[in-house]
Design a protein around this ligand. Structure first.
Ligand SMILES: Nc1ncnc2c1ncn2[C@@H]1O[C@H](COP(=O)(O)OP(=O)(O)OP(=O)(O)O)[C@@H](O)[C@H]1O
Length: 448
């Protein structure tokens, strides 16, 4: 959207700020309205057709929590979910900005602002919108999203948060078991960020031997150790301007944890064997499948480092906790492998899908991917059947279930749901889409 077509509302309790902003912006925008009292916001939203709101975070002087601003942000987005809201704060720091963006703001500006910066922020926020208010995705982000299957509510929440955090440059820690998609998510964040045209460097700290960590991350100079025949930049330098993704950060030895902390604080790396620091501008994404808080409490991971890397934490749930993703993932990989191996398989039978829903998937998406790959290669059928997929811990009853074994299926589903919610009847009933009374009747019927 063009700046010259934009109708803007500015809400701030400081009249000087309001008049200065109006004086500057009315020359560039179609309409600029100002309001001192945030209580008027609902009335103004009902009566004006604004494209953008510049909203102060702190209405009560000397209060810097931003609480009021967040409350008004919620109210605005409840009323107009696609509104471009730019938060204004005198106390801005990355954390507050990230919280605002997570809560739905498009961007933020610091007070007192420089006129050029304010205009640039407005332009950027509005240019990300097409006329119907949808965010325009970059080509890389679109491609990346196409590879991400996310139908369950929990995954959509994770992606939604990732999308909000991506443009902020905040450090993100991704938690999740093996194969849940941590690397894929990190790439997605990079593709959605302003660094998407710069390198995305992925370092698997779980696959590095301890004596290689330092030179791999920070580089070395010729002669620094026996095998160092040339000067070599480390992965931080390779990621210059872009993103570095440190996978399995929980594997970083303590001595290197303090070096990494220094790198993050000073934004400089020093190659092994050199004493000349090199300035690096990288965004840091980390991931681990370990219980990092427990590692901190056992002094295996530095608390101060954790604070630095987890400005935002995203947790990928295991596949068994998002059964809604199983069918779309299976379809997605069926299509991929059918093409890759030129096989005539067209679809997945309902009984096989049921069998997959009942399985625990300890290896998560990676395991599902391999299971479909094997089935596509080996199956003689056009439609994959339960026997085409060997899954270790599915009970034989469930495995041979046909679409017509409804009672067996129902009993198994109830048992699974009860287990998942530790016997809690209300939660189990809600999960199964039953009333509590209906669930009790079935428990009695099946003698559970
Ligand atoms: N949402 C998704 N949709 C489709 N495929 C996915 C999704 N998430 C992950 N995958 C695929 O699953 C496999 C495992 O994903 P990924 O390597 O990102 O997991 P990870 O959590 O980083 O694993 P590890 O802990 O072993 O490093 C990859 O082949 C990836 O492409």
């Amino acid at each position: 959207m063009q700046l010259s077509e934009t109708k803007l509302l500015i809400v701030d309790d400081d009249v000087d700020v309001l008049s200065a902003a109006k004086l500057l912006l009315k020359r560039h925008l179609k309409q600029v309205d100002i309001e001192k009292n945030p209580e008027k916001i609902p009335f103004l939203l009902n009566n004006g057709e604004y494209d953008c709101i510049l909203l102060d975070m702190n209405f009560t002087r000397d209060v810097s929590s931003g609480r009021e601003g967040f409350q008004w942000l919620d109210r605005i987005l409840d009323h107009s979910p696609k509104m471009t809201v730019i938060m204004v704060t005198a106390y801005g720091d990355v954390e507050m900005a990230v919280r605002a963006i997570k809560a739905g703001a498009t961007d933020f500006v610091l007070k007192p602002w420089e006129n050029d910066k304010l205009l640039a922020t407005l332009k950027k926020a509005l240019s990300g919108k097409s006329t119907d208010g949808e965010m325009v995705e970059t080509v890389a982000a679109k491609a990346s999203k196409n590879n991400l299957v996310a139908q369950s509510e929990s995954m959509r929440y994770v992606l939604d948060t990732a999308e909000r955090v991506a443009p902020t440059d905040a450090n993100v820690l991704i938690l999740g078991d093996n194969g849940t998609g941590k690397t894929q998510l990190a790439k997605y964040i990079h593709d959605l960020s302003q660094r998407s045209q710069k390198p995305f460097v992925c370092v698997d700290l779980g696959a590095l031997s301890e004596n290689l960590f330092e030179s791999e991350l920070f580089g070395h100079v010729k002669g620094a150790f026996t095998d160092a025949r040339d000067d070599r930049p480390g992965r931080f330098e390779e990621a210059q301007g872009g993103t570095i993704f440190l996978d399995e950060i929980g594997n970083l030895p303590l001595a290197l944890q303090s070096k990494l902390l220094t790198v993050i604080q000073e934004r400089q790396v020093t190659r092994v064997g050199s004493n000349r620091p090199v300035t690096v501008d990288v965004r840091l994404l980390c991931a681990t499948n370990r219980d990092i808080d427990k590692m901190v409490s056992q002094n295996e991971f530095r608390q101060d480092l954790l604070y630095r890397i987890n400005t935002i934490e995203l947790e990928l749930p295991p596949l068994r906790e998002r059964p809604d993703d199983i069918a779309p993932l299976a379809e997605y990989y069926l299509k991929e492998f059918r093409k890759k191996y030129n096989r005539p398989v067209t679809s997945i039978s309902t009984p096989l899908l049921k069998k997959m829903q009942l399985y625990d998937w300890p290896g998560n998406i990676r395991e599902l991917q391999h299971a479909i790959e094997r089935a596509v290669i080996l199956s003689q059928e056009k439609i994959l059947q339960p026997d085409d997929m060997f899954l270790k811990n599915v009970s034989p009853d469930a495995a041979s279930a046909t679409a017509y074994d409804l009672e067996d299926m129902e009993k198994t589903m109830i048992l699974k749901a009860l287990k998942r919610f530790n016997g809690n009847i209300t939660d189990t009933a809600r999960e199964l889409g039953l009333s509590r009374a209906a669930l009790y009747r079935r428990l009695e019927k099946y003698g559970l």
